[in-house]
Structures are given as structure tokens and as C-alpha cells.
Design a protein around this ligand. Structure first.
Ligand code: MG
Length: 243
């Protein structure tokens, strides 16, 4: 133990010395940051985004059984068709930046989890909750912007029912070792209507509603999924960037 402590002290001392010496400016990186043309507004897809829904069709999406997605597209948005099931992207993704706009029904129906419930499932597994959380109380780690049953949002930045809202999400995919054990948990940052509500939180695993979270190994890239929770929630302008 004493030897170990001495080693730690030696390491700290060495690191401290190195830190002092490295206080000079860092040399510039050898590669230039790629040039990306931003959209006209912060919600328009930038030039390197994969546009998953542009208001016209669901060609980028499939139902759970692999058939064509059956939600209703009209007037530039897609609306959950209750009972037709979740929809998932044809393409698969790992670490991403995601923009998604959504609106809960203007005509308020139900209470708590039954009001405007849907969800954005990163890698088809880790849910950022979509819910009408405007004057609608529920358990805090189940309201809009929650990492479902794990983290409440830092604030409630919800707009009124029927109004368009946006999530901007930065997601770090989990990493698994050869035995399927998680060695690096998923992390997520979420802005709700431009307001930070999840600050790089570490996800504990699958966002079950009725049992503790756990990790089950999966591919480095998986489909993004939107939830059919039986409520006619609308989505538009969905784009994603691979990181
Ligand atoms: Mg949900």
C-alpha cells in the first residue's frame, strides 16, 4: 500500500511537471475542420445531414415488421396512426446529432402519460420522452425531455399543445466488449426548444417503464425509432448527422 501511494505521488509529481512544461500553446491540428454550410435557420438541415423526413414521405422509415411505415403524412408532417406500431429508420446510426420537431395534439385528451405520449428512441432502445408536459403533471423522469425513468429534464421548456417543438440531441452510443458487457455507457445531451435539458447524462441502459434499466449488447449502429403510444403526435423536419 505504501509503495502504491508512493507511486501515485510520483505520478502526480511527474504529471504536474509535464503540465507546467506544456503550458506553451498547442501546435495546430494537421487536418482542417471540414467546412459545413449551416442551414438558413438552426433548424434547417446542414449540408452533411441525412434527412430522415422532409415532410413528403416515409421512404426512410419502416414498421417493426419491416413493411412500409403506416403513419399518416399530410401537410408537411407525419402523424402517429395509433395501433400501427412504432416506426424505425432504414439506415442505422451510432454516435449522432439529431434534430426532430414534434407537436402533441392541440385538442387535449387524457392525463399524465396518456396525453400526447410518443418518444424518440436512440438506437431503437434509449428513449427521450415526447409528451404534452404543458400543465400536465406526471412523474418527473417521465415528462417531456426525460431520459425515460432515468433522468428528469433540467427544466420544463414545453410549448402549448399543438405548437411545434424541437429536440436537438447529441448522442454517444454505448460500447460493448467481446462478451457483451458494456464498457462505455451511452450518453446524451438534449436541447428542448433551444434550452438545455439533459447535460451529457450517462444512460443506465434500456429505458423500461416497469423494471430497472440494464444493457443488452447490440450493434454499433442501430435504427432510430419513433414510438406509437396510441396518441396522434406529429413529427416534421427530422435530420441526423453521423459523428
Ligand atoms: Mg413515450
Amino acid at each position: 500500500m505504501i509503495r502504491f501511494n508512493l507511486l501515485v505521488v510520483a505520478l502526480l509529481t511527474t504529471t504536474g511537471a509535464a503540465f507546467a512544461q506544456d503550458a506553451a500553446p498547442f501546435p495546430p491540428p494537421k487536418t482542417e475542420p471540414p467546412i459545413v454550410t449551416p442551414g438558413r435557420t438552426n433548424s434547417d438541415p446542414p449540408s452533411d445531414a441525412v434527412v430522415l423526413f422532409n415532410g413528403k414521405d416515409l421512404s426512410q422509415w419502416r414498421s417493426g415488421d419491416g413493411t412500409a411505415a403506416k403513419w399518416n403524412v399530410r401537410d408537411g408532417y407525419v402523424e402517429v396512426a395509433a395501433g400501427t406500431g412504432d416506426i424505425s429508420t432504414v439506415q442505422q446510426f451510432g454516435d449522432v446529432q439529431l434534430h426532430v420537431e414534434w407537436a402533441t395534439p392541440a385538442v387535449v385528451k387524457g392525463e399524465g402519460q396518456e396525453r400526447g405520449n410518443s418518444g424518440v428512441f436512440l438506437m431503437g432502445r434509449y428513449e427521450v420522452q415526447v409528451l404534452d408536459s404543458y400543465q400536465n403533471k406526471t412523474y418527473y423522469h417521465g415528462q417531456a425531455g426525460a431520459v425515460y425513468k432515468q433522468y428528469a429534464p433540467l427544466v420544463n421548456a414545453s410549448r402549448k399543445p399543438g405548437e411545434w417543438q424541437a429536440y436537438d440531441i447529441v448522442f454517444h452510443a454505448p460500447r460493448f466488449d467481446e462478451q457483451g458487457k458494456v464498457v462505455d455507457r451511452a450518453r446524451v445531451t438534449v436541447l428542448h426548444n433551444g434550452v438545455l435539458i439533459q447535460n451529457n447524462v450517462e444512460i443506465y441502459g434500456l429505458t423500461y417503464h416497469d423494471r430497472p434499466a440494464l444493457y443488452i449488447a447490440h450493434s454499433p449502429q442501430e435504427s432510430l425509432k419513433l414510438q406509437d403510444h396510441g396518441n396522434p403526435v406529429r413529427y416534421r423536419n427530422i435530420w441526423i448527422r453521423r459523428l
